[in-house]
Design a protein around this ligand. Sequence first.
Ligand code: NAP
Length: 304
Amino acid sequence: MPENHFDKIAIIGLGLIGSSIAHAARRAHLAKEIAGHDASADVLERAGKISFCDTLHADIGAAVKGAQLVILCAPVGAYKSIAQAIAPHLAQGAILSDVGSVKGAVIRDVGPFVPAGVHFIPAHPIAGTEYSGPEAGFASLFDGRWAILTPVPGSDGMAVDKLKTFWKGLGSQVDVMDSGHHDLVLAITSHLPHLIAYNIVGTAHDLEKVTEGEVIKYSASGFRDFTRIAASDPTMWRDVFLNNREAVLEVLGRFNDDLKILQDAVAQGNGDLLFDTFTRTRAIRRAIVDLGQDTAAPNFGRKS
Ligand code: NAP
């Protein structure tokens, strides 16, 4: 991996993903200087204590000044105002990228502010946890996981290659796809599962005949895996659903149809249909493990 792939990178938003990029870039010596900015003075102070950036800036213009790579790592709802604020300060030839969980809306919100001579290459690492904030980041977050780049029409091939090399340096495998396809794929693999988890945990909480104490006490029997997802950052996930509405509604419609089929099978005692469905889904779990995207250990390797 090339040492000091960039002279200066700037990370805007120093939470889980921003801090993890800084830790991983340091680990691989990918930049001479890692500059950080966050809108919150409290986050800047906490980031300073952990010390994963070389320089920290309350002024966003100073953070991006002279950077060859700028990565937006704030919630996607903030991208438009950030793009407006940094545009006059971006260096000619710089790469402007991001990590947002949706891509079409990011291109819509950021694209109009990208100055001529700046390479706008949206990206999304498929890696994360349910924790947020600068303390949540760690260097190995992206190891072996996928990062998806969604270049816009006319993106410069050399800049795309340079960003690919950067993500590989962070530990990722890299795929390139169209933003619309990304949003549909992520709607089913990430956004819908989060919506379902938020819903099931909320429903369990609202049930009158089962007490909250019982829900928590007996959670090991399946519920607790949903609670991990449903503990994810509310701001981030609100912005995901506001900004990937069409794709989420498309897969949600499909989900509702399939759920109705399972509901009918339960009502009619159609064991064959239930068995066939559960056999098919079990094979998908095995394929995820075979591809190294999760552990093969029983119960995710938990001790209890
Ligand atoms: P996070 O831990 O909450 O960090 C986001 C940081 O951005 C916070 O420190 C936040 O400050 C700051 N911020 C908010 N508005 C800002 C602004 N206008 N300018 C500068 N900083 C601002 O969230 P995260 O999990 O790292 O997510 C960041 C991005 O990564 C999101 O776009 C998300 O879609 C994407 N992503 C997340 C995951 C995941 O699993 N978490 C995975 C892949 C991609 P305050 O807390 O004070 O608001």
